[in-house]
Design a protein around this ligand. Structure first.
Ligand SMILES: Cc1cc2nc3c(=O)[nH]c(=O)nc-3n(C[C@H](O)[C@H](O)[C@H](O)COP(=O)(O)OP(=O)(O)OC[C@H]3O[C@@H](n4cnc5c(N)ncnc54)[C@H](O)[C@@H]3O)c2cc1C
Length: 413
């Protein structure tokens, strides 16, 4: 390995750090990536159930929460998801679309994605050192000192790509926020996001394992605060599945008390379609119970719990109730309050919301406005995306933007 001083030191070998390195490691720049973990990209390997949802066909700043939307838009437009797909194809990783918009590697393996990034970083001459946890960044003179137990390096520029606080065993333990703070940066309050929600309601808990499509809404003071749609899973502690994970961040951030989580258990139906189905069933099967009639929408166990909660008898013939009563029932099933008592913490959260305040970074380069030569990329910034490949897209795009800016700034020595 060539020795100090380095042109660029990148702290963190996750998706954002590797993308930054690949982008800026153009000769003659010498780029060193330091990571505290024993293996690079440990979180990437867990992602998408081991399959890695690399990006999404439809990406805009509206899919993200956190700091200034203008900065998020700038960054996303510099490296679109289409470009991410082409980039991976150029590394030999073809993508397939699932559920209409989610891109996964054709191999269905996150390992393929990580190996492609590591291979490209090596090919670009990036030096990667594992088990090098950075605990200090300082700037005693013009250049940066980057240090940890048993090492100290010097660099002209530093990029902090240390991720958030979730799944700390992957290496992202929040220490990057401390590094940013010592360089004068403000950290917007962090919270777990994309995390399951908890309930103390035994009726819901006994439905553990049941999954169905829902639309969820967080309401407060009779106003809609946030909504999500997709698969919903009852668990032995509460609620999970993509629709729940997506709404967990807004739920935790919604400051209003009280606030409600409302489930529409019939998201693909409307009053008309339900009435038509009921009219048909009443004519063809006048003796069908509600349980039988609703079997086309819900598993039996769920119907029983829903009716129990509504104080109704699931065994009464559906076709014999009054129209008013029927309409009231359908409305209830589409507007069902779920008692939420909390959220799982960072150990179950896919991402962290909050982080380095975007107002303190240049929205076009992701360079610190407080410390020229210091950059940020990835989840360490106050940006978190919905479920569906948006968080990786942020890592690719922000790594690209920081890397390009470094090239412009340091490219000629
Ligand atoms: C279970 C799970 C599934 C997910 N699935 C998806 C998905 O399918 N699609 C999607 O878009 N997103 C997914 N995500 C989110 C996504 O993985 C993250 O948003 C993304 O990895 C963030 O990239 P990053 O490079 O910013 O940070 P990270 O991936 O967290 O990488 C940060 C790196 O920095 C290192 N580091 C931290 N502190 C230090 C330090 N002080 N010194 C040296 N090194 C340090 C860490 O060891 C780590 O290697 C998932 C997350 C989880 C937990």
């Amino acid at each position: 390995m060539r020795s100090d001083p380095w042109d660029v030191i990148i702290v963190g070998a996750g998706p954002a750090g590797l993308m930054t390195a690949i982008t800026c490691a153009v000769k003659p720049l010498r780029v060193l990536v330091l990571d505290g973990n024993s293996r690079a990209g440990a979180k990437l390997l867990l992602s998408g159930g081991g399959r890695c949802n690399v990006t999404n066909l439809k990406v805009s700043e509206k899919n993200y929460q956190g700091g200034e939307a203008r900065t998020v838009r700038n960054v996303l437009s510099a490296f679109s998801s289409e470009r991410a797909v082409r980039f991976f194809k150029s590394l030999g990783v073809a993508m397939v679309l699932e559920e209409g918009t989610k891109y996964f590697p054709e191999t269905q393996s996150a390992k393929t994605v990580l190996e492609a990034l590591l291979g490209e970083a090596r090919a670009c001459g990036v030096i990667l050192e594992m088990k090098k946890k950075v605990s200090r960044i300082s700037r005693p003179d013009g250049s940066f000192r980057v240090a940890g137990e048993g090492f100290e390096y010097t660099a002209r520029a530093v990029v902090i790509c240390t991720g958030g606080l979730s799944y700390a065993a992957t290496g992202s333990d929040g220490s990057g926020y401390g590094l940013a703070r010592t360089m004068g940066h403000t950290i917007v309050k962090t919270l777990p996001a994309l995390t399951p929600l908890l309930t103390d309601d035994p009726d819901w808990k006994k439905l553990s394992g049941i999954t169905l499509p829902v639309r969820l809404t967080v309401t407060a003071e009779e106003k809609k605060f946030a909504a999500s749609e997709g698969a919903f899973l009852f668990t032995h502690t509460g609620f999970s599945g993509p629709a729940v994970l997506d709404i967990s961040g807004p739920w935790l951030r919604c400051p209003a008390v009280p606030k409600e989580l409302i489930a529409n258990f019939l998201p693909d139906e409307n009053e008309e379609s339900l009435r038509a189905a009921w009219v048909r069933a009443a004519a063809d099967h006048p003796k069908w119970s509600w349980k039988r009639f609703l079997a086309r929408y819900f598993p039996e166990r769920l119907t029983e719990v829903l009716f129990h909660k509504l104080g109704r008898d699931v065994g009464t013939p559906a076709g014999q109730c009054s129209k008013k009563d029927r309409d009231a029932l359908f409305r209830s099933l589409a507007h069902f309050p779920l008692r939420v008592t909390g959220a799982c913490g960072y150990e179950k959260a896919e991402v962290t919301s909050g982080g380095v305040d975007l107002r303190e970074v240049n929205g076009k380069t992701l360079e610190s406005k407080l410390q020229p030569g210091l950059y940020f990329a990835g989840e360490v910034l106050d940006v978190d995306g919905r479920i569906g490949g948006y968080n990786f897209q942020w890592a690719w795009a922000s790594g690209f933007v920081a890397g390009k800016a470094l090239l412009r700034e340091l490219g000629t020595r």
